[in-house]
Design a protein around this ligand. Structure first.
Ligand code: MG
Length: 252
């Protein structure tokens, strides 16, 4: 498959809200490496402010039949401002998930980076909510499809951060509410046992696959803490984090 053609079809699916059947249905050899190749082409068209992790929990990996997390990039254009609504009509099938966000204070790169090294290079940890959206019908995809679709990136919201050593990340709790009703709860350990371990995995994987590291000032969405909750126009989503405060947005 021509990576530029795949990239164009995904861009068009996003623009026109016209979901695709997975490329792997007809091209089973479109594997993870091929998907990341497409993602790289698409990344070149954006200002990248950081990275995001997907499938960081065993439950989500089993759901899509893979045994590894995946990564994507965060585009500056996709950021949601505090108080700004999510325009649902611009998306296909949006879902919201709370995440712990790392804001890097130092560059960090290499094949053997540990969670402790990630924490040492982290300036602040903040509350985040990611709104994902798949460009494949009903979120059905194989790993190559998912990587090419920038792991379902759509928009994201970041709160005010605190130094990582002020908070105990594995037991840091989050409560996700929709229209005032609790829909899910979790703690930081839901992400690979420790969110910093997930970021360390990302650093090692970026080194191996992309030849890059995390740079000072970049942000990392470390993976969904709860299940991703479908959102519709009129919904209000709130994620309340221990120690990190509350984030909320309206859908219209
Ligand atoms: Mg996410």
């Amino acid at each position: 498959m021509d990576p530029d053609d795949v990239a164009r079809r995904l861009d068009a699916a996003r623009t026109h809200r016209n979901p695709l059947t997975p490329f792997t249905d007809l091209h089973p050899t479109f594997d993870l490496a091929a998907g990341y190749h497409v993602q790289r082409r698409r990344r070149a068209a954006h200002t990248v402010v950081g990275w995001k992790l997907a499938l960081t929990s065993l439950a989500k990996q089993q759901q899509v039949g893979v045994d590894t997390p995946l990564y994507g990039f965060l585009a500056a254009d996709d950021a949601l401002g505090l108080g700004q609504p999510v325009r649902v009509e611009s998306l296909i099938a949006p879902r919201a998930e709370p995440e712990l966000v790392f804001v890097m204070g130092d560059d960090v790169a290499g094949p053997n980076i540990t969670a402790a090294q990630v924490l040492a290079a982290t300036d602040t940890v903040a509350a985040g909510i990611e709104v994902i959206d798949s460009r494949y019908l009903d979120y059905r995809f194989a790993p190559g499809d998912l990587a090419a679709d920038n792991v379902s990136a759509a928009t994201y919201l970041i709160g005010v951060g605190r130094p990582p050593h002020d908070v105990d990340l594995p037991v840091l709790g989050v409560v996700l509410t929709k229209n005032g009703h609790v829909v899910d709860t979790a703690a930081g350990a839901a992400v690979m046992g420790h969110p910093a371990a997930a970021v360390a995995w990302l650093v090692r994987e970026l080194y191996t696959r992309e030849g890059v590291g995390l740079q000072r000032g970049q942000v990392v969405f470390s993976g969904g803490l709860t299940s991703a909750v479908p959102v519709r126009a009129g919904d209000t989503i709130t994620a309340e984090f221990a120690h990190l405060g509350q984030l909320t947005f309206d859908c219209e």
